[in-house]
Design a protein around this ligand. Structure first.
Ligand code: DX5
Ligand code: ZN
Length: 221
């Protein structure tokens, strides 16, 4: 049977109480901590860096940390995040001049590696790197902000990528990020995703466990 991972995006958490927030959302049943890194250059917003990742590890967070790099250039930050305790590192195909090199660098440092595709990014950037991918992240909103609406055409794209993964025979996670809620998670899973980022849908509710339980119930349908 298939395993689904729920990865709350801490972009929507209370940054003034970040350690506690992450602890609470993991206790509520989350599998992975999704960590959004924005640089006010590749995307029009500015968030958190390796120091904050390290601070979460020092605070005692032991769950996998999924670092989503929305930065350009990419490579200089990869060793910094690996040192800071990242478990997985993903970057956008448009942000790296040398996609194969960036993927190799992530893997050499012992992290899982993934490529991120924006809503309008074609799939051909996946063509010659399938053997180096632990995950593929499809953006279902344009990157930069939480709380946006899921872009419906992403469902067809998910189906196309799911087919590619299955045909490749490689063990690659298919992660979806942006506008995921308990109301649309079932159809997103049906289209082929097996890892779900959700920011506002979880952190904007008082009871994180209630939302995550509802998501798991939808996934079990
Ligand atoms: C957007 C980020 C997402 C975002 C998701 O650029 O990559 O991870 O936090 O937030 P929601 O779930 O609110 O769309
Ligand atoms: Zn993200």
């Amino acid at each position: 049977s298939k395993s689904f991972l729920i990865a709350p995006s801490i972009l929507a958490a209370d940054f003034a109480r970040l350690g506690e927030e992450v602890e609470n959302v993991l206790a509520a049943g989350a599998d992975v901590v999704h960590f959004d890194v924005m640089d006010n250059h590749y995307v029009p917003n500015l968030t958190i860096g390796p120091m904050v990742c390290k601070a979460l590890r020092d605070y005692g967070i032991s769950a996998p940390i999924d670092v989503h790099l929305m930065v350009k250039p990419v490579d200089a930050l990869i060793p910094e995040f690996a040192k800071a305790g990242a478990s997985m590192i993903t970057f956008h195909s448009e942000a790296s001049e040398h996609i194969d090199r960036s993927l190799q660098l992530i893997k050499e440092l012992g992290c899982k590696a993934g490529l991120v595709l924006n809503p309008a990014t074609p799939l051909h950037c996946l063509d010659y790197v399938m053997d180096k991918l632990d995950m593929i992240l499809l953006m279902s909103v344009n990157p930069g902000f939480g709380g946006q609406k899921f872009i419906p055409s992403t469902l067809d794209k998910l189906r196309a990528v799911r087919q590619r993964i299955d045909q490749s025979g490689f063990d690659i996670r298919l992660e979806i990020d942006g506008g995921v809620t308990a109301d649309n998670i079932a159809e997103i899973a049906e289209a082929g995703a097996d890892m779900f980022v959700a920011g506002s849908a979880i952190f904007n509710q008082p009871d994180y466990k209630a939302v995550i339980d509802k998501m798991r119930a939808e996934l079990a349908k």
